[in-house]
Write a protein that binds this ligand. Structure first.
Ligand code: FES
Length: 137
């Protein structure tokens, strides 16, 4: 595993960015990983078709919480159309470490919650790999 990536991930786990709640979010999403019961909640404030502000809360493993923290930093200020295009690959690139297929849902849960909240898309974020389902989704 890439050492710098691991360090960044652990830093986000121990000191999560944008953790907490917004006073009056425009959109809220909350979903869990059915294989472990962990939950992530995302609260978003929107302006001019962009994410103006975002907070997350929830409980989960280091990967899911670090992924949520990294994702909030990534999407703050981003146009909604760009967020809509984010998939499995973008999320794994953002995470910066290799994820065991067994932990893939941990890595993708935050993005799933964001896409569910913003676009009513509730399936697990897919790759750009048509029909391929190496992870059993
Ligand atoms: Fe539950 Fe990772 S073990 S989200």
């Amino acid at each position: 595993m890439d050492e710098l990536g691991l360090e960044i991930l652990l830093d986000h786990y121990k000191d999560p960015r944008n953790f907490g709640h917004l006073e009056s979010p425009d959109v809220v999403g909350e979903e869990g990983n059915p294989s472990c019961g962990d939950q992530i909640r995302m609260e978003l404030k929107l302006k001019d078709r962009r994410v103006e502000d975002v907070r997350f809360s929830g409980k989960g493993c280091a990967i899911s919480q670090a992924a949520a923290s990294l994702l909030t930093e990534e999407i703050k200020g981003k146009p909604l159309e760009e967020i809509r295009k984010m998939g499995r690959r973008e999320m794994l690139d953002l995470l910066g470490v290799e994820v065991n297929p067994m932990r893939l849902k941990c890595a993708l849960l935050a993005l799933k919650v964001v896409k569910g909240a913003l676009f009513d898309e509730h399936e697990w974020p897919d790759g750009d790999d048509e029909g391929e389902d190496e992870f059993g989704f």
